[in-house]
Design a protein around this ligand. Structure first.
Ligand code: 13P
Length: 241
């Protein structure tokens, strides 16, 4: 049975005070959320503690947006698995396209970070996806296959989530057609040794397209940027029909 996983990625948004305000609005809306849906908030490092302390036994799981491959060391600006688990983090996004594009993340470093996450008992959310240029050149599927192959070397597929995030659909309002995302996610699944790995779609997921996205048979959840920043819109997504 594949798990349904609905995750917000706050990226570099929200101070601690803003996080608390979000929770005040969002926590009550979870009373309507059907059982069996995993709800995750992947927040900036400085917000982890305050969210952890304000969950009040709610079903929200805590996620981070990166983890370093070493257990500790002289790596200025990085964060270790132990630092994350100590504050209650269970999930961590790895290989987001913004990390690959702006911070030099490669399939090799993504693989190292995935290994470290699993070594510390964290469940990684591995992001893959193509640029518009790669899509227009008909290279999307080959590129995604390469990412899956190289990123998952020696990775335990029983503790893994994958997010298909076409880069051209991120933050643009230009969503990938639900059927096209379903097709690509089916292809990703065919490359895995464990068919039960939850595979999410990400890229301009909004209250007005969530129901259609979640109706697709291959799509097990969503990774949401902008629409996860407001309690009302993220609640509508988490409580999709
Ligand atoms: P948007 O939902 O803002 O397009 O962002 C998607 C994303 O990058 C989630 O990781």
């Amino acid at each position: 049975m594949r798990k349904i996983v609905l995750a917000g990625n706050w990226k570099m948004f929200k101070t601690q005070a803003e996080s608390e305000d979000f929770l005040k609005g969002f926590l009550p809306t979870l009373e309507d959320t059907p059982f069996g849906r995993e709800v995750i908030l992947c927040v900036p490092f400085t917000d982890l503690n305050v969210i952890s302390r304000n969950l009040h036994g709610s079903r929200i799981q805590l996620g981070a947006q990166n983890v370093h491959w070493a257990d500790n060391g002289a790596y200025t600006g990085e964060i270790s698995g132990e630092m994350l688990t100590e504050v209650g983090v269970r999930y961590v996004i790895i290989g987001h396209s913004e990390r690959r594009q702006y911070f030099g993340e490669t399939d090799e470093t993504v693989n190292l970070r995935l290994r470290a996450a699993q070594r510390h008992g964290l469940t990684p959310i591995l992001c893959v996806g193509e640029t518009k240029q790669q899509r227009d050149a008909g290279e999307a599927e080959a590129l995604i296959s390469k990412q899956i192959k190289e990123d998952l070397v020696d990775i335990d597929q029983s503790n893994l989530i994958i997010a298909y995030e076409p880069i051209w659909a991120i933050g643009t309002g230009d969503t990938c057609e639900a059927k096209e995302a379903n097709h690509i996610i089916g292809n990703i699944r065919s490359q895995l040794t464990n068919p039960d790995v939850p595979i999410q779609y990400g890229g301009s997921v909004k209250p007005n397209n969530i129901d259609e996205i979640m109706a697709q048979p291959e799509i097990d959840g969503v990774l949401v940027g902008g629409a996860s920043l407001e309690p009302e819109s993220f609640a509508r997504i988490v409580n999709y029909q």
